[in-house]
Design a protein around this ligand. Structure first.
Ligand code: FAD
Length: 467
């Protein structure tokens, strides 16, 4: 069976970028079709990314906090882990609630959802193969087809004990010995979860620091703490992965490489994600896709084909849900005739590990590279009453100021709930706040966000004379 439908806008992919774009299009009065190959909406983020990982990290955090109370006089028994129950809670109550909510919102807005794999057949038509074949003729299209995990030719990815992030989130078992290849955010979040559930976790990272994009001083605090739970091997590279009956044997080279191949019960490959640009028939629509699969766009999210836009992971780094959401809104608004641009000053990044690592704006490394006349102000949490009372005094809040203007241009936080504290710094940068604005804002006491005001006070340009 095949059918043909016409739409003003078709959105390919229903992740955070795609559903945000489709909903905004509908809100602006455009007749919109959303195409998704899976049965649920929400893309990677809701189904196998941001949300299920945070559900498992919540479980992990509670386990670790309960353990830590032992040294303050409250002891619980060791946790009894019921994987089926955790999985069911994550899938039904967390992911299911959100993806179901999206389906409801699509219906409410009269966004037509077509399930199946979409490929362009021209710059005005898309063919979707699902239970039936649907041809969608469109005026404008928004490509939001996202990304998938990077694989390597020497790794036996088809062995069920070799995982990608989706396998790790499926929580089928808790391996006794787990190797995580890649010390980036996704690998470390999953390492944190499996450690709490009982795995012995090794992390191998070829660079000289975990989360290489963040500043060294922040990561030093993080590494000191996480190394108590995970065995971190920096400047070390995996050279071979062999699947044998009794386990996965991994050889490594570099600073911390063991001399023999190590046996693991499972290996999580978390070495990055690649865009899906080459899988959507973009060439038939005339859309240029680069060698890596990224689609180049301008500030209005337009590709080289005037009526085709692209957003989210497929247009470049950082591959983050909130970036895709904002890009989706811009694409929808431009299609509806508004003169909008995607032009944020900053896009925040957060590792929801324990402790959390969060940064926004220029890192110190970037400020140096950009030859900014900058100064750093740090407030160590060892001096925070709330941090001491909450047993998390090994964090810190760091602000980076442009010395010429005294404006805050970057910030980073490492510690419990760092991600929640970052919001204020992001807003301060977007609003062009200077050190005085932050220092003179009365922060409630005792809070962790007080550390932002206190860091600003450390900066010498924060208290200036009235004219
Ligand atoms: P995606 O979410 O990748 O969605 C693309 C959708 O398009 C998918 O549903 C796919 O099925 C569909 N699709 C692709 N091709 C076709 C086709 N041809 N036909 C039909 N449908 C198609 N980001 C954060 O900001 N915060 C986090 O905490 C965070 N945690 C993460 C944890 C993990 C484990 C992972 C893997 C990622 C995480 N991310 C996080 C990244 C985040 O998930 C992505 O940046 C985000 O999902 C990208 O959104 P998107 O709209 O570009 O595409």
């Amino acid at each position: 069976m095949s059918k043909e439908i016409n739409a003003q806008v078709v959105v390919l992919g229903s992740g955070p970028g795609g559903y945000s774009a489709a909903f905004r299009c509908a809100d602006l009065g455009l007749d919109t079709v959303l195409v998704e190959k899976y049965n649920t909406l929400g893309g990677v983020c809701l189904n196998v990314g941001c949300i299920p990982s945070k559900a498992l990290l919540h479980v992990s955090k509670v386990i670790e906090e309960a353990k830590a109370l032992g040294s303050h006089g409250v002891t619980f028994g060791s946790p009894e882990i019921d994987l089926d129950k955790i999985r069911s809670w994550k899938e039904k109550q967390v992911v299911g609630q959100l993806t179901g909510g999206l389906a409801g919102m699509a219906k409410m807005r009269k966004v037509k959802v077509v399930n199946g794999t979409g490929t362009f057949t021209s710059s005005n038509s898309l063919e979707v193969i699902g239970e039936e074949k649907t041809t969608i003729n469109f005026k404008d299209a928004i490509i939001a087809a996202g990304s998938t995990p990077v694989t390597l030719p020497f790794i036996p990815h088809d062995d069920p004990r070799v995982w990608d992030s989706t396998d790790a989130l499926a929580l089928k078992e808790v391996p006794e010995k787990l190797l995580i290849m890649g010390g980036g955010i996704i690998g470390l979040e999953m390492g944190t979860v499996y450690h709490s559930l009982g795995s012995k976790v090794d992390v191998v990272e070829m660079f000289d620091q975990l989360i290489p994009a963040a500043d060294k001083d922040i990561i030093k605090v993080f590494t000191k703490k996480i190394s108590k739970k995970l065995n971190v091997m920096l400047e070390t590279k995996v050279t071979s992965v062999e699947a044998k009956e009794d386990g996965i044997y991994v050889s490594m080279e570099g600073k911390k490489a063991p001399s023999d191949a190590q046996r693991y019960d499972a290996v999580l490959v978390a070495i990055g994600r690649k865009p899906n640009g080459k899988l959507i028939g973009a060439e038939k629509a005339g859309v240029t896709v680069d060698d890596r699969g990224f689609i180049n766009v301008d500030k209005q999210m337009k590709t080289n084909v005037p009526n085709i836009y692209a957003i989210g992971d497929i247009v470049g780094n950082p591959m983050l849900a909130h970036k895709g959401v904002h890009e989706g809104h811009v694409a929808a608004e431009v299609i509806s005739g508004k003169k909008h641009y995607f032009d944020p000053k900053v896009i925040p990044s957060i590792a929801y590990t324990e402790p959390e690592v969060a940064w926004v704006g220029q890192t110190e490394k970037e400020a140096k590279e950009n030859k900014v006349n900058y100064e750093v102000a740090i407030f160590p949490w060892a001096a925070s009453g709330r941090a001491i009372a909450s047993d998390c005094s090994d964090g810190m809040t760091k602000l980076i100021f442009d010395k010429n203007s005294n404006r805050v241009i970057g910030g980073a936080v490492v510690g419990s709930n760092a991600g929640e504290l970052l919001g204020e710094i992001g807003l301060a940068i977007e609003m062009g706040c200077d050190a005085e604005d932050l220092a003179l804002t009365i922060h409630a006491h005792p809070t962790l966000h007080e550390s932002v005001g206190l860091a600003a006070e450390v900066y010498e340009g924060s208290i200036t004379d009235l004219p």
